[in-house]
Design a protein around this ligand. Structure first.
Ligand SMILES: Nc1ncnc2c1ncn2[C@@H]1O[C@H](COP(=O)(O)OP(=O)(O)OP(=O)(O)O)[C@@H](O)[C@H]1O
Ligand SMILES: [Mg+2]
Length: 145
Protein backbone atom coordinates (compact mmCIF):
# COMPACT_ATOMS: atom_id res chain seq x y z
CA UNK A 1 0.00 0.00 0.00
CA UNK A 2 1.08 3.59 -0.52
CA UNK A 3 0.20 6.91 1.11
CA UNK A 4 0.91 10.36 -0.32
CA UNK A 5 0.85 13.50 1.79
CA UNK A 6 2.07 17.06 1.39
CA UNK A 7 2.88 19.22 4.42
CA UNK A 8 3.47 22.96 4.68
CA UNK A 9 5.36 23.12 7.98
CA UNK A 10 6.97 21.06 10.74
CA UNK A 11 3.78 20.82 12.77
CA UNK A 12 1.96 19.22 9.84
CA UNK A 13 4.85 16.83 9.29
CA UNK A 14 4.69 15.73 12.92
CA UNK A 15 0.92 15.31 12.68
CA UNK A 16 1.44 13.11 9.62
CA UNK A 17 4.00 11.10 11.60
CA UNK A 18 1.40 10.56 14.32
CA UNK A 19 -0.98 9.28 11.65
CA UNK A 20 1.67 6.80 10.51
CA UNK A 21 2.30 5.69 14.10
CA UNK A 22 -1.42 5.03 14.58
CA UNK A 23 -1.67 3.12 11.34
CA UNK A 24 1.48 1.02 11.61
CA UNK A 25 1.68 0.52 15.39
CA UNK A 26 4.46 0.54 17.97
CA UNK A 27 6.79 -1.98 16.31
CA UNK A 28 7.06 -0.57 12.82
CA UNK A 29 10.36 -0.19 10.98
CA UNK A 30 10.58 3.07 9.01
CA UNK A 31 13.24 3.62 6.35
CA UNK A 32 13.36 7.40 5.80
CA UNK A 33 14.80 8.52 2.48
CA UNK A 34 15.39 12.10 1.42
CA UNK A 35 18.07 14.74 1.01
CA UNK A 36 19.76 16.63 3.83
CA UNK A 37 17.10 18.81 5.44
CA UNK A 38 14.21 16.92 3.85
CA UNK A 39 12.54 16.42 7.23
CA UNK A 40 13.49 12.88 8.27
CA UNK A 41 14.41 13.84 11.83
CA UNK A 42 11.32 16.05 12.05
CA UNK A 43 9.18 13.03 11.14
CA UNK A 44 10.91 10.97 13.85
CA UNK A 45 10.07 13.69 16.37
CA UNK A 46 6.41 13.22 15.48
CA UNK A 47 6.68 9.43 15.72
CA UNK A 48 8.28 9.74 19.16
CA UNK A 49 5.58 12.04 20.43
CA UNK A 50 2.91 9.66 19.16
CA UNK A 51 4.61 6.76 20.98
CA UNK A 52 4.40 8.65 24.26
CA UNK A 53 8.03 9.70 24.34
CA UNK A 54 8.52 13.00 26.14
CA UNK A 55 12.27 13.36 25.59
CA UNK A 56 13.52 15.79 22.98
CA UNK A 57 14.48 13.84 19.87
CA UNK A 58 17.62 15.10 18.21
CA UNK A 59 19.60 13.79 15.31
CA UNK A 60 21.97 10.90 16.16
CA UNK A 61 24.35 12.14 13.49
CA UNK A 62 27.51 11.33 15.44
CA UNK A 63 26.31 8.63 17.83
CA UNK A 64 24.43 6.89 14.96
CA UNK A 65 21.83 5.54 17.43
CA UNK A 66 19.50 7.11 19.99
CA UNK A 67 17.13 4.96 22.03
CA UNK A 68 13.95 6.33 23.60
CA UNK A 69 11.46 4.83 25.99
CA UNK A 70 7.87 6.04 26.09
CA UNK A 71 5.40 6.37 28.92
CA UNK A 72 3.62 3.10 28.13
CA UNK A 73 6.82 1.12 27.67
CA UNK A 74 6.97 1.65 23.92
CA UNK A 75 10.52 1.98 22.66
CA UNK A 76 11.87 3.80 19.65
CA UNK A 77 15.30 3.30 18.15
CA UNK A 78 16.38 6.24 15.97
CA UNK A 79 19.33 5.48 13.72
CA UNK A 80 21.12 7.81 11.31
CA UNK A 81 23.41 5.89 8.96
CA UNK A 82 24.75 8.96 7.13
CA UNK A 83 28.22 8.44 8.60
CA UNK A 84 28.25 4.66 8.34
CA UNK A 85 31.31 3.57 6.38
CA UNK A 86 29.57 0.50 4.95
CA UNK A 87 27.13 -2.31 5.70
CA UNK A 88 29.86 -4.19 7.63
CA UNK A 89 29.79 -1.49 10.29
CA UNK A 90 26.16 -2.32 11.09
CA UNK A 91 27.44 -5.09 13.38
CA UNK A 92 29.25 -2.50 15.47
CA UNK A 93 26.04 -0.64 16.28
CA UNK A 94 24.14 -3.84 17.13
CA UNK A 95 21.88 -3.67 14.09
CA UNK A 96 20.67 -7.29 14.25
CA UNK A 97 19.82 -7.02 17.95
CA UNK A 98 17.73 -3.93 17.26
CA UNK A 99 15.92 -5.72 14.45
CA UNK A 100 15.14 -8.64 16.77
CA UNK A 101 14.07 -6.41 19.65
CA UNK A 102 10.60 -5.67 18.31
CA UNK A 103 11.08 -1.98 19.07
CA UNK A 104 9.90 0.68 16.69
CA UNK A 105 12.77 1.75 14.44
CA UNK A 106 13.28 4.84 12.34
CA UNK A 107 16.35 4.81 10.12
CA UNK A 108 17.70 7.82 8.24
CA UNK A 109 19.91 7.17 5.22
CA UNK A 110 18.78 3.50 5.00
CA UNK A 111 20.53 3.26 1.62
CA UNK A 112 23.77 2.89 3.60
CA UNK A 113 22.53 -0.42 5.06
CA UNK A 114 22.71 -2.12 1.67
CA UNK A 115 20.57 -5.24 1.67
CA UNK A 116 20.21 -5.37 5.45
CA UNK A 117 16.78 -3.77 5.70
CA UNK A 118 14.03 -6.09 6.98
CA UNK A 119 11.19 -7.13 4.63
CA UNK A 120 8.74 -5.32 6.90
CA UNK A 121 10.43 -1.96 6.23
CA UNK A 122 8.03 0.89 5.51
CA UNK A 123 9.73 3.28 3.10
CA UNK A 124 9.06 6.98 3.51
CA UNK A 125 10.40 9.05 0.62
CA UNK A 126 10.53 12.78 1.28
CA UNK A 127 10.99 15.46 -1.35
CA UNK A 128 11.22 19.19 -0.95
CA UNK A 129 8.31 20.80 -2.76
CA UNK A 130 7.98 24.02 -4.74
CA UNK A 131 7.67 26.26 -1.69
CA UNK A 132 10.61 26.25 0.75
CA UNK A 133 8.56 24.67 3.56
CA UNK A 134 6.62 22.25 1.39
CA UNK A 135 7.47 18.57 1.83
CA UNK A 136 6.01 15.70 -0.19
CA UNK A 137 5.82 12.32 1.48
CA UNK A 138 5.42 9.05 -0.37
CA UNK A 139 4.99 6.04 1.91
CA UNK A 140 5.31 2.46 0.66
CA UNK A 141 4.40 -0.29 3.11
CA UNK A 142 4.56 -4.00 2.35
CA UNK A 143 1.12 -5.58 2.11
CA UNK A 144 0.08 -7.48 5.23
CA UNK A 145 0.76 -11.21 4.85
N1 LIG B 1 7.04 20.85 6.03
C1 LIG B 1 8.17 20.65 6.72
N2 LIG B 1 8.37 19.47 7.38
C2 LIG B 1 9.52 19.24 8.04
N3 LIG B 1 10.55 20.09 8.12
C3 LIG B 1 10.41 21.28 7.49
C4 LIG B 1 9.23 21.60 6.78
N4 LIG B 1 9.38 22.84 6.26
C5 LIG B 1 10.59 23.26 6.62
N5 LIG B 1 11.22 22.34 7.35
C6 LIG B 1 12.61 22.49 7.85
O1 LIG B 1 13.40 21.52 7.19
C7 LIG B 1 14.40 21.06 8.07
C8 LIG B 1 14.26 19.55 8.25
O2 LIG B 1 15.35 19.13 9.02
P1 LIG B 1 15.57 17.62 9.46
O3 LIG B 1 16.67 17.65 10.45
O4 LIG B 1 14.28 17.01 9.87
O5 LIG B 1 16.07 16.98 8.09
P2 LIG B 1 16.72 15.56 7.83
O6 LIG B 1 16.01 15.00 6.64
O7 LIG B 1 16.71 14.77 9.08
O8 LIG B 1 18.20 15.93 7.39
P3 LIG B 1 19.58 15.16 7.64
O9 LIG B 1 19.78 14.20 6.48
O10 LIG B 1 20.59 16.26 7.63
O11 LIG B 1 19.51 14.44 8.97
C9 LIG B 1 14.23 21.79 9.38
O12 LIG B 1 15.08 22.88 9.38
C10 LIG B 1 12.76 22.22 9.32
O13 LIG B 1 12.53 23.39 10.06
MG1 LIG C 1 18.17 13.93 10.24
Amino acid sequence: MTIDQTTENEIQTQAFAAELARRFGPKAFYALRGDLGAGKTCLVQGLARALGIDAAVCSPTFTLVNEYRGRDGARLVHIDLYRLAGPDDLDAIGWDDYLDSGDAMAVEWPERAGGELPPRAIFVDIRIGDAPDERRFHVTAPDAP
